[in-house]
Write a protein that binds this ligand. Structure first.
Ligand SMILES: [Zn+2]
Length: 54
């Protein structure tokens, strides 16, 4: 199977990681995490810039 996953990792020591085929889902989950876990409102473009293809 081929397929590109989009991945975002939170900075250490958090280590939270989101991985999905769906870029939008990754962004959404990452934003939710940042808000819940770090009380931060992270702009979508910041998340995109950290997103990796794996
Ligand atoms: Zn985190």
């Amino acid at each position: 199977m081929s397929g590109t996953f989009k991945k975002i990792s939170c900075e250490p020591p958090c280590g939270f990681e989101v991985k999905s085929h769906d870029e939008k889902e990754v962004i959404e989950l990452a934003r939710q995490h940042a808000k819940k876990a770090h009380n931060k409102d992270v702009p979508e473009k910041d998340i995109r810039s950290k997103m990796q293809s794996v």
